[in-house]
Write a protein that binds this ligand. Sequence first.
Ligand code: AMP
Length: 363
Amino acid sequence: MNSSKTIGIIGGGQLGQMMAISAIYMGHKVITLDPAADCPASRVSEVIVAPYDDVAALRELAERCDVLTYEFENVDAYGLDQVIKPGQLPQGTNLLRISQNRIFEKDFLANQAGVKVAPYKVIKSAKDLETLDLSKNYVLKTATGGYDGHGQVVVRSQENLQAARDLADQADCVLEEFVDFDLEISVIVSGNGHDVTVFPVQENIHRNNILSKTIVPARISEDLAAKAKQMAIKIAEQLHLSGTLCVEMFATADDILVNEIAPRPHNSGHYSIEACDFSQFDTHILGVLGETLPAIHLHAPAVMLNVLGQHVEKAQDFVHAHPSAHLHLYGKAEAKHNRKMGHVTVFSDKPEEVAEFGEGIDF
Ligand code: AMP
């Protein structure tokens, strides 16, 4: 029996590239769909060069592949529904619709998965903000299209109220209570349609709304870590998850609240390539193929540092000085400011040493 499959990946950025690498060493062939012929995945796969919403290109991908997956959530779910054969997209388009719209996402998390989220309400226009209790702080987020802090306004007493009204008049929004969290954490979970496997809890440090550093395990109590993992498993089970999903959460002094989900491997899970016995990309590929999933073992405490356009030289110097660090560069031609060019993973037997890695080197 030939168990080699052709896997079609929508999106050929670094996530598509790292998925393809996992698929290739398991013996599969990969074709990606991306608007850029020289995208990161072009180094390891054939690329169909077309916009993501080009239905003819999606159809060609579907015809040439056994299984389809995506590397990001803003895929044209309706276009995909027109071209996929039954069972060809194990992650499904429903999960795309949930994660593309914060109103659907909050409703799913709070009411279907039954996990705790920050108190929220749906805002259809500025009028819905009139009765706001301004003794509390809030974050107003557009329902669709926001990313990395774009499409968001923090409302503290009267401050930014006009900006919030303007945003609410432009788009449907979700208004969340501001969470006074200790740490931002995330949990990667993978499923094969029946069973799930879960990764350790990750602690995420952002700079300018972009992930800067991930520390694993997160510096939270064992009880809170167990709770975070249980929440991720509950969400995955509710979705009958296939492939990898990242659950982003807030850890307060004594509780965990879910912020959002990303239905794909996530930047905060990159450490798993070297620090775990299976990476989030390996389990993604195994999961979408319906294979048995392994339990995940963390070899040692780890830190992942993102390398943005302005950090490339410093990262190279850092790796020179720390030869046991793993430098990944995604092969992007132009090192633009704030563009994710690569990452560095370091691990150590001493968790306190790991947390200090990268301090003071400005990346
Ligand atoms: P998001 O786009 O939902 O991931 O939000 C971007 C960032 O804004 C998060 O990583 C948090 O740092 C912050 N943030 C989002 N929602 C809240 C909230 N309800 N309370 C406090 N901070 C938040």
